[in-house]
Write a protein that binds this ligand. Structure first.
Ligand code: URA
Length: 240
């Protein structure tokens, strides 16, 4: 891309209108308008930010970066490469979008919301310890949580770091199930917090991060692109 300019056929391919040769046919048939004018030349340059490109009546908006939510299944590692285990990046290889990486890590046995993107600055903001981005987990515990444990978690517990954990929000979901909202992302944080109150995690699932909720229609292993609104939520979630 030169500045913000891209060949029209490449632009249409990147927006998944079709392959390069399909796109050329669509252009020839007059299905594409740029700023209200039908354009048939594939080599025509478009400004991806300023020009309005309409394909069969649908306005196409160009995204510099890709954003997906994955419902991470257990048994898959939160990395892009691994010599022995399946990685979350491999689960998204059919997107055809290279360079996707997970925003933070979930343990191999943890399920749930994992944001996958190639937008390094958004990832950096969401993961910055100074931003205190909310992360919501649902956990099945070994024991019912006592009132005292809830209080301790709400005020901060010692997990062996320099300082106690920041106050967490605890919701009792019945039996041994809880919903926990934390604003830090220390290694194995939820498991270590439960250990600090003499309990244990049987299963763990993240349902939200930075205001973005896991789409419950996604089964473990499934993913989808984020909507413009969801991206805006994340941009706000990671704001200073
Ligand atoms: N806390 C944990 O202990 N594990 C995770 O995967 C995420 C948060």
């Amino acid at each position: 891309m030169e500045g913000n300019k891209l060949r029209l056929d490449k632009f249409l391919c990147e927006l998944k209108v079709g392959t390069r040769s399909q796109v050329k046919k669509e252009l020839k048939q007059g299905f594409v308008k740029v700023n209200g004018e039908t354009v048939t030349e594939p080599e025509r340059k478009v400004d991806v930010e300023k020009d309005q490109v309409v394909y069969k009546g649908r306005t196409l908006s160009y995204r510099k970066y890709a954003y997906y939510m994955l419902n991470k299944p257990a048994g898959v590692v939160s990395s892009t490469k691994d010599n022995t285990c399946l990685t979350v990046a491999e689960l998204l290889k059919d997107t055809g979008c290279g360079g996707l990486f997970p925003v933070g890590r979930l343990d191999k046995d943890t399920e749930g919301l994992l944001i996958m993107t190639n937008d390094g600055s958004l990832a950096h903001r969401l993961l910055s310890p100074r931003k205190h981005v909310d992360k919501v987990y649902e956990a099945e515990l070994e024991e019912e949580l006592s009132k005292e444990a809830v209080k301790d978690l709400e005020s901060g517990v010692d997990i062996g770091e320099d300082r106690p954990t920041l106050p967490a929000k605890v919701e009792l979901l019945g039996g041994k199930r809880i919903r926990l909202t934390i604003t830090e992302g220390k290694f194995h944080q939820v498991k270590r917090m439960m250990r600090a109150v003499r309990n244990g995690v049987v299963s763990l699932r993240r349902t939200s991060m930075g205001g973005l909720m896991l789409d419950e229609s996604l089964r473990p292993g499934e993913y989808r692109e984020l909507s413009e609104e969801e991206i805006a939520v994340l941009q706000k979630g990671g704001m200073p």
